[in-house]
Design a protein around this ligand. Structure first.
Ligand code: SF4
Length: 474
């Protein structure tokens, strides 16, 4: 498991908002992907309604996960591959190390994988003395920089070309350049040597297919295909929810995944991998392993309120439209998953109290659900998490986050149900607000305990005459 720093969310968000370079990068990212993604759904043969069909496919898979996973494992075995069910990150890492030791692995090339980020695989492999190289360009950049991804599909979005130029010059021992195609060529040269020397390749998995025993990986760089086929051993990692029953289910999901991720009709590479090379084949690994990771997902599956979150195909479309992500970027979320998906998944995986600020920080505007290729109702689940934080929950071990806030809202709730008390309070507040600093009908600063409200915005002053009074008069 990587170091979780969700408790720093507010402080990190404040820092990010002041970072002008980051602000520009995030704005560019959302402009580049947000509107074109919505347009790409419109242009689908089936129209945006395909999202509802895809949601149905995912929900059916989630509700029959035990049977589907068993079928997947059975078919991978038949294809000559191996399957390991890992209860948590530790078990997954131990299995990976065991395979690496068995094959005397010294060098690994990695395809992009959020699940391996989630369990901190790189650190464990490097600690075991193995040379690990990320081969997705963005992942390679942040690995050289010693950082973590700040976006699911654009992990180095927070870095400028100048920063990357300096980084490559230092780490690859080349002259300082800032031209993106030239920088890409330099990365390509360095990575090519790593591919040729690697003993093992690892990858994630976008979707698995139980019926055929294959995993599907999509990329635009071709690196995953190389990591999965060139080395002797291929180790693939998959969150246990990323599987569907039939190959025909992949049709809708892969089309939507590519649109959600990058507004593309189809990624440049879509690879179906399901076992080692067979006799007579010249390409492919001699050994194939699929590690199916639980790591808290069973708990989500068991809860009807949150089960829908397992439909997520990690496309990042919700990050590309979220007004909160646009201001604070991915690192503020303090864990592998950022943006709206992170605001729900992270509390469920690491603890609702520990990651409470993530779900409290979202706006509930609903842009995430509109952008989601599988129509996940993220706002509903954000509210469900907030409810648990307000009331406490024994199943999820949640203690009420802020008793003072709960007390204030209980009084408020009682008051608005008693008209005369409410009217009296309004008259009192309208009179009391006169001593507060105001400008153009807006209150600039509220006193404690409401002062947080006006820390970064003004509040509309209470009207001199209430609506009810005006209504009666008119
Ligand atoms: S919640 Fe939806 S939009 Fe966000 S990453 Fe998951 S599938 Fe994509």
């Amino acid at each position: 498991m990587i170091k979780i720093t969700t408790e720093n969310y507010v402080a990190e968000a404040r820092k990010a908002i002041k970072n002008q370079v980051l602000q520009k990068a995030l704005e560019d990212l959302q402009q580049r992907f947000g509107p074109p993604t919505a347009l790409s759904y419109q242009k689908l043969l089936e129209g945006p309604e395909l999202r509802l069909i895809a949601q149905d496919i995912r929900m059916q898979a989630i509700e029959n996960l035990d049977i589907i996973l068993e079928k997947l494992a059975e078919n991978i075995h038949q294809n000559g591959g191996h399957v390991f069910f890992a209860k948590d990150g530790q078990e997954a890492i131990e299995y990976a190390l065991q395979i690496a030791r068995k094959h005397n692995v010294k060098r690994i090339v990695k395809g992009k994988s959020m699940v391996t980020e989630e369990i901190g695989l790189n650190t464990a492999l490097i600690d075991a003395g193995i040379d690990v190289t990320e081969t997705d360009l963005g992942e390679y950049i942040i690995q050289l920089a010693g950082e973590h991804p700040s976006h699911i599909i654009a992990p180095a979005v927070h870095k400028t070309r100048n920063e990357i130029g300096k980084l490559f010059s230092e780490k690859l021992d080349i002259p300082f350049i800032t031209d993106p195609p030239k920088l890409t060529q330099e990365a390509r040269k360095a990575l090519r040597k790593k591919f040729l020397a690697a003993d093992m390749g690892t990858s994630g998995c976008n979707l698995a297919c139980a019926e055929t025993g294959h995993i599907a990986v999509v990329s635009n760089e071709g690196n995953i295909r190389m990591a999965a086929t060139m080395p002797r051993v291929h180790l693939a990692f998959i969150g246990m929810e990323r599987v569907v029953a039939r190959l025909e289910d992949h049709d809708a999901l892969v089309r939507l995944l590519c649109r959600g991720a990058a507004a593309q009709k189809m990624s440049t590479y879509v690879s179906y991998i399901g076992g080692p090379r067979s006799a007579g084949q010249v390409d492919g690994p001699q050994e194939f392993h699929l590690i199916i990771l639980d790591n808290g997902r069973s708990r989500i599956l068991a809860d009807e309120e949150f089960r829908e979150m397992l439909c997520c195909i990690r496309c990042a479309a919700c990050l590309n439209v979220c007004p909160v992500y646009r201001k604070i970027g991915g690192h503020s979320y303090g864990s592998t998953y950022s943006g709206p998906v992170g605001a729900v998944v992270t509390p469920l995986l690491v603890g609702i109290n520990q990651a409470k600020d993530l779900c409290l920080g979202e706006t509930l505007c609903g842009a995430c659900q509109d952008a989601c290729p599988v129509n996940i109702d993220i706002p509903r689940m954000l509210l469900a998490l907030r409810f648990k934080l307000a009331e406490g929950d024994s199943v999820w071990n949640v203690t009420p986050a802020d008793r003072k806030e709960k007390a204030i809202y209980s009084v408020w709730s009682w008051m608005i149900r008693h008209r005369s008390v409410y009217d009296f309070f309004l008259r009192l507040a309208a009179f009391g607000q006169n001593i507060l600093p105001q400008k153009e009908g807006m209150i600039r600063r509220l006193p404690p305990p409401m002062s947080g409200w006006t820390q970064s915005r003004d509040m509309k002053a209470i009207a001199k005459q209430s609506f009810m009074k005006r209504w009666k008069k008119l």
